[in-house]
Design a protein around this ligand. Structure first.
Ligand code: PMP
Length: 396
C-alpha cells in the first residue's frame, strides 16, 4: 500500500498536541525582551512576576479554583502526580499509611504509589468494570481510618472513560481522606469545577491545553498542606523550588483562557466526529468492539479493537496511508506489553493486543475522519486474511 495522494492525518493528539499560534505569540517576548527573574525586585523582575500572576490566575479560572495561589506550577503532569501523591502521603504519615487508587492509572501514579510502598505505605489498586468505571462500592468498603489519600484518574486517556468524580469525592470525604484527581487527559476537554466536584488536589498538563510541553500544574485546595519533593529557594509557596519558567507559564495561562472560551463548542464538534467515527469503525466490521464507555467518554477518544490481528500492524498500514494513530498510551508504546488499562477492564492479552486508538484534536476535520473510515475496513480484512488466528468463515 502506498500513500499516493500524500494525505496526512494526525490522529494521536493524546500523545502530543501542537502549540496554538495565539499561545506562541504571547510567549515570545518572555524569551527575549521580558526575560527577568520573577524574584528580582527591579523592573525586569516585576514584569516577570506580573506575567507569572496572570498565568496563575488564568489557570485557576479554568477549573474554578478558589484563588490563584492554589495553582502550583510544575514541569508537567508526571511531576504533579508525584508531588500530589508523595507530598500528601508523607505529610499525613502519622495519621495513616494506606493509599487507594485505581487499576487504570497512568504509570506516574502507579510508580509514585510503588515508591511509597517501598517506604512502608500500603496501596490498593481498586478494580474497574468492563467500561473502565471505578467500582464505587469497593471504594467505600476499602476506605478505613488508616486511608488518608485516594488518587483517581478523571478520565483515562487510553479508553476515554470519565469517572463520576463528584460521587467519588463524597465517598472519600465521608471517610475523612483527601482526593487527588489526575485530570491530565480530561482538563481542557470537559469543563471541570474543583470546588463543586470536591477535588482536593488535581493534576493539569499544559500541552493537553495546546500549550507548550514541559510545564504543568497541581491544584492544591487552599486549606491543604503537603510536603515538597524539590527543595531550594522556596518558589511556588515552597512546594516547587526553582526559577519559574515564565515563557511557558505565560503560554499556559493563554492556553487556559482559550480553552475556557472554546470548550463547549469544541467539545460538541468533536463528539459529533467521534461518534460517527466509532460507528464507522465498528458497525461494518465483524468482531470489532469499542473500548471504554459509549457515552461517559472524552470527546477526543476513539478506541476500538479488532479480534484476530494486532494493533501494531493496523498502525503500520495506516501510517503508509498517511494516518498517524496509536495502539494505546504513548508512555508504554515501547514496551509492546498489553496495556494494563485494557487488562484491568477484563480483556484477555490477545484481545488487548488488537486495539487501535485514535485521538482527535482542534485540527481534525470531518474529512479526516471520513478518510480513516474509508481505509479501516480494507486494512482489517487484509490483515485478517494473513492472520492464522482468523476463523475461515470470516475470510472472503
Ligand atoms: N496522567 C495521564 C492520565 C496521562 O495521560 C499522562 C500522559 N499524557 C500523564 C499523566 C503524564 O503526562 P506527562 O508525560 O506529560 O508528564
Amino acid at each position: 500500500m502506498t500513500n499516493d495522494n500524500k494525505r496526512v492525518v494526525y490522529a494521536d493528539y493524546s500523545a502530543g498536541k501542537p502549540v496554538d499560534s495565539r499561545v506562541i505569540e504571547v510567549m515570545l517576548p518572555y524569551f527575549k525582551t521580558s526575560f527577568g527573574n520573577a524574584s528580582s525586585l527591579h523592573r525586569f523582575g516585576q514584569d516577570a512576576k506580573r506575567a507569572l500572576d496572570i498565568g496563575r490566575e488564568n489557570v485557576a479560572k479554568l477549573i474554578n479554583a478558589e484563588k490563584p495561589e492554589t495553582i502550583i506550577f510544575t514541569s508537567g503532569a508526571t511531576e504533579s502526580n508525584n508531588l500530589a501523591i508523595k507530598g500528601t502521603a508523607i505529610r499525613n504519615r502519622k495519621k495513616g499509611t494506606k493509599i487507594l487508587t485505581s487499576a487504570i492509572e497512568h504509570m506516574s501514579v502507579v510508580n509514585s504509589c510503588k515508591s511509597l510502598m517501598r517506604q512502608g505505605f500500603q496501596t490498593t489498586f481498586l478494580p474497574v468494570d468492563s467500561f473502565g468505571l471505578l467500582d464505587l462500592k469497593e471504594l467505600d468498603e476499602k476506605l478505613d481510618d488508616q486511608t488518608k489519600l485516594v488518587s483517581i484518574v478523571y478520565a483515562n486517556g487510553e479508553i476515554g472513560t470519565i469517572q463520576p468524580i463528584k460521587e467519588i469525592s463524597e465517598i472519600v470525604h465521608k471517610n475523612e481522606a483527601y482526593l487527588h484527581v489526575d485530570a491530565t487527559a480530561a482538563c481542557g476537554q470537559i469543563p471541570i469545577d474543583v470546588q463543586k466536584e470536591g477535588i482536593d488536589l488535581m493534576t493539569i498538563s499544559c500541552n493537553d491545553l495546546y500549550g507548550p510541553k514541559g510545564v504543568g500544574a497541581l491544584y492544591l485546595k487552599d486549606s491543604l498542606r503537603i510536603d515538597a519533593l524539590i527543595h531550594g529557594g522556596g518558589q511556588e509557596r515552597g512546594l516547587r523550588s526553582g526559577t519559574e519558567n515564565i515563557p511557558c507559564i505565560v503560554g499556559f495561562g493563554k492556553a487556559a483562557e482559550i480553552v475556557k472560551s472554546e470548550i463547549k463548542s469544541e467539545g460538541k464538534r468533536m463528539i459529533r466526529i467521534r461518534d460517527a467515527l466509532i460507528q464507522g469503525l465498528t458497525d461494518p466490521i465483524p468482531y470489532a468492539f469499542l473500548n471504554g464507555h459509549p457515552t461517559k467518554r472524552l470527546p477526543d477518544n476513539v478506541s476500538v479493537r479488532y479480534s484476530f490481528i494486532e494493533g501494531e500492524s493496523i498502525l503500520l498500514s495506516l501510517d503508509m496511508m498517511g494516518v498517524f494513530a496509536s495502539s494505546g498510551s504513548a508512555c508504554t508504546a515501547k514496551t509492546l506489553q498489553p496495556s494494563h488499562v485494557l487488562l484491568a477492564m477484563g480483556l484477555k492479552h490477545e484481545e488487548a493486543h488488537g486495539s487501535l486508538m485514535i485521538t482527535l484534536g482542534r485540527q481534525t476535520t470531518q474529512k479526516d475522519a471520513d478518510y480513516i473510515k474509508e481505509l479501516i475496513p480494507g486494512i482489517i480484512e487484509r490483515l485478517r486474511r494473513m492472520s492464522p488466528l482468523t476463523p475461515k468463515e470470516l475470510i472472503k
